[in-house]
Design a protein around this ligand. Structure first.
Ligand code: TUI
Length: 313
């Protein structure tokens, strides 16, 4: 059940991908998701190539199944990460925060390439230059986001392209999974749900901050710098909002944000650090093994689809 083109394209059992979250999604988490039948993804973020290389090697030692690497296109190391995934013949590459156009031909020599898009225009452009699928990511997502909600973006992207569409943003259970399929997606990508898994090595303070967060506890900072970023409200988010209101320069704001995701995710500073998370964090009340996250979603979606079928007569 729920076998879509995404399953055959990526050689996975369930059309569920784990978001490639910078400083959060390492080789251990990626391997766990792939071993559970989904697609695990290492988040390269702004990390230097030596760090990403270690995570790729770790994932390779922990799983025989395909996994991916997310290349954050704003990273100063993006060129080197591209070379790394080609060298290691990583099977799947997702990209974020830009267009991977200049890397497409090179990446396609080894990997399935799946750009994350936040608009119909970019989705069409990605199909044209040979993307294997796209992740349509709504503004409910954590981290760097676009301007359109998942509910509005996914069906518009699904109508605009023939390649498979994977929905992201605001999905954490079987209801969200099934809703995404109803909107025309052939799979989902989840970030926040996988942060709250046993295998995620993010600092325990980060997990606790997400468990505590309710529906209105995330906020978007960085709108004035052109890098809107969804984070859990804390001292840093308030400081950011105040500086943006005061019209502080983009450079100063970038400086304020620099290194703050690392501080929260690896050092546990959830007060002065950047706790990126999606709006769905309010729904998630437990930390469970990755395998159970996936199993529960598929089982819940199966049950809902049966009751909807009865309802439809
Ligand atoms: O990339 C993400 N999410 C991220 S990256 C990240 S690391 C970071 N660290 C510090 C500050 C900011 C970010 C944290 N979260 N998601 C994929 C995504 N891509 N969302 C939105 C986009 C996007 C936006 C505009 C993609 C392309 C685009 O326009 C490109 C074009 O050429 O049209």
């Amino acid at each position: 059940m729920f076998k879509t083109r995404v399953c055959s394209l990526l050689n996975i059992d369930y059309p569920i991908m784990q978001g490639g979250m910078a400083w959060v999604a390492d080789g251990i988490l990626a391997a766990a998701v792939s071993n559970a039948g989904g697609l695990g993804i290492i988040g390269a973020g702004h990390a230097p190539p030596e760090v990403v290389e270690k995570e790729i090697e770790k994932a390779m030692s922990l799983t025989k199944r395909s996994f991916g690497v997310n290349i954050m296109l704003l990273s100063p190391f993006a060129d080197e990460i591209v070379n790394l995934v080609v060298e290691y013949k990583v099977k799947v590459v997702t990209t974020g925060a830009g267009s991977p156009g200049k890397y497409m031909d090179k990446l396609k020599t080894v990997a399935r390439v799946i750009p994350v898009v936040a608009s119909v225009a970019l989705a069409k452009r990605m199909q044209q230059i040979g993307a294997d699928a796209v992740v349509a990511e709504g503004l409910e997502s954590g981290g760097h986001i676009g301007e359109i909600s998942t509910m509005a973006l996914v069906p518009q992207v699904a109508d605009a392209v023939d390649i498979p569409v994977i929905a992201a943003g605001g999905i954490a259970d079987g209801r969200g999974f099934l809703a995404a399929l109803a909107l025309g997606a052939e799979g989902v990508q989840m970030g926040t749900r996988f942060i709250l898994s046993e295998e995620c090595t993010v600092h325990p303070n980060y997990k606790q901050a997400l468990l505590k967060a309710k529906d209105r506890d995330t906020v978007v900072t960085g709108l004035s710098t052109g890098h809107p970023t969804r984070v859990v409200k804390n001292r840093l988010a308030r400081e950011f909002a105040l500086k943006e209101k005061q019209g502080v320069s983009a450079e100063e704001l970038e400086e304020l944000g620099s290194g703050k995701l690392y501080a929260a995710a690896r050092e546990g500073d959830v007060v002065g650090g950047s706790v990126m998370a999606g709006q769905i964090c309010g729904l998630i009340k437990d930390i469970k093994p990755v395998g159970k996250v996936i199993k529960d979603i598929i089982e819940e979606a199966r049950m809902i689809s049966q009751s909807l079928n009865n309802l439809a007569g």
